[in-house]
Write a protein that binds this ligand. Structure first.
Ligand code: ARG
Length: 476
């Protein structure tokens, strides 16, 4: 980029000023390095605005066609990397307007009628959020697919279910994978909510208070394929709640991904040894030759901190701003772009990591058979025989203590021992020691019994399909 000559004034407000801005001020105000990413949306909004001007009789057909053609070549140059912003262009909006004016003369100089960079940037960012929220929703569906396919292969693979990270009740890997997938399905819907919130064109709001020109905002909205138009011009340029919705959805998804990542870290540790990460997704140590580290999971867990920071940053940025547009708002994009980029990366990495996990069914089954995790199911057998739950809980607790003391496993315990603790215990009760039996007996709604998990997987497959359908077509 070349700096403008001090004293020359290439800015769009040149009429009111005798000299141009100090180069240091230019460096402060320029957002080009960040908002150049909005270029294709800015071009789409510009073409849409040209149609609005045409409907208002302020451009003719040929002028709209000329603007459309010039816009197409700008996009082509941008994609091929041959577009070079000038140091004097404050932002992507100034860049596009300057190029149109240079290339089309009088026609280009007409494009900004009834338009401000305030309604333009507010539209561009909405288009960006709409597009990215569709992408993240689709990627969420891809990760749900990955978890469902782990579940399909492990409907009967028992493992410990934990509370307080203490072994609690046996579950299956399918049930556990499904639990993460349901959280992601809600994330996907949250992305679609954010997509809908952003699906608004605010072109026609002007700087803050509309225009005296006879512009009809629905013309641009239709051109942009956007569902709705703004209701109040001042609100339209002032608020960034649509971006907060997207960044919030990213933050919640980041938190969910970090919990899944944490379990990958645990499962692949020597202490758990429930799974191994394939070589392509493990890292080694520069010093300790034996190490296999789950770095991709750790980075996903760590990056959730950034997702939370972006949400906090964006909320703090807008808090306390008077209506309408304030230049502070220019800083919104770094939070929003970072949130979107990070979320896509974390979804991509997590999908790969899930596909790269090799589970050790033997180890998981062995762990599921330890720690008297049958105790709750056994107490419920007593309840089924008319014993009040509190008494059943107490008797089963005493049985656990007696077994610990006598050194018997439940499966090998003599019936007399059980009867001595509670007369309603029966010989057949020792069967609950088998974690598979415990799992298949827990047929309650949403439970881990294989038939119940099959239902959950059907729901998840439907949820992933719906996310893909509702996310809109991927843009080229
Ligand atoms: N670059 C600005 C932004 O991203 C848009 C320009 C609005 N500037 C102004 N002086 N009204 O928010």
């Amino acid at each position: 980029m070349t700096e403008p000559e001090p004293g020359a004034n290439p800015m769009p407000w040149a009429g009111r000023f005798t000299t141009g801005p100090d180069p240091a001020l230019n460096r402060l105000t320029s957002s080009m390095a960040i908002d150049i990413r909005l270029l294709e949306h800015d071009i789409a909004a510009t073409v849409a605005h040209a149609h609005t001007l045409r409907a208002a009789g302020l451009l003719d057909e040929a002028q709209v066609a000329a603007i459309g053609g010039a816009c197409e070549s700008i996009v082509g140059e941008f994609r091929s990397g041959s577009l070079s912003p000038d140091g004097a262009d404050e932002d992507v909006h100034s860049l596009v307007e300057r190029l149109l004016t240079e290339r089309l003369g009088d026609t280009g100089a007409r494009i900004h009628a009834g338009r401000s960079r305030n309604d333009l940037v507010a539209t561009d960012l909405r288009l960006w959020c709409k597009h990215e929220a569709g992408t993240t929703a689709r990627m969420t569906a891809g990760l749900i697919d990955g978890l469902v396919s782990v579940a399909e292969g492990h409907i009967a693979t028992v493992m410990p279910g934990y509370t307080h990270l203490q072994r609690a009740q046996p579950v299956t890997l399918a049930f556990h994978a499904g639990a993460h997938a349901f959280a992601l399905a809600r994330d996907g819907r949250r992305f679609l909510e954010a997509r809908r919130a952003a699906d608004v064109s605010v072109l026609g709001a002007g700087a803050l208070a509309g225009t005296t020109l006879p512009l009809e905002p629905s013309v641009a909205a239709a051109e942009l394929g956007v569902e709705r138009i703004f209701d109040n011009a001042m609100d339209a340029v002032s608020d960034r709640d649509f971006a907060m919705d997207f960044v919030y959805a990213c933050a919640v998804c980041g938190v969910h991904l970090s919990r899944l990542a944490e379990e990958v870290v645990q499962w692949t540790s020597s202490e758990f040894s429930f799974a191994r990460l394939a070589d392509e997704w493990s890292t080694g140590s520069s010093m300790m030759p034996q190490k296999r580290n789950p770095d991709p999971a750790e980075l996903t867990r760590g990056r959730a901190a950034g997702a939370i920071a972006d949400l906090t940053g964006l909320l703090a940025l807008v808090k306390g701003l008077p209506l309408s547009y304030n230049r502070d708002l220019q800083e919104d994009k770094s939070f929003v772009f970072a949130a979107g980029d990070r979320t896509k990366k974390s979804l991509e990495i997590t999908t790969a990591v899930i596909g790269a996990l090799r589970f050790d069914e033997g180890r998981m089954g062995e762990a599921a058979g330890q720690g008297a995790m049958w105790a709750t199911d056994l107490a419920e057998r007593l309840v089924g025989r008319g014993v009040p739950f509190r008494a059943a809980h107490e008797a089963t607790g005493r049985l656990v203590a007696a077994l610990e003391e006598s050194g018997f496993e439940l499966g090998a315990a003599p019936v007399e021992l059980l009867k001595s603790i509670h007369p309603r215990f029966e010989q057949g009760d020792v069967a609950v020691a088998d974690p598979s039996l415990g799992v298949s007996a827990r047929t309650s709604h949403g439970g881990p019994a294989p038939a119940r998990v099959e239902e959950q997987l059907t729901t998840l497959r439907g949820a992933a399909e719906a996310l893909r359908r509702d996310a809109g077509a991927p843009l080229g």
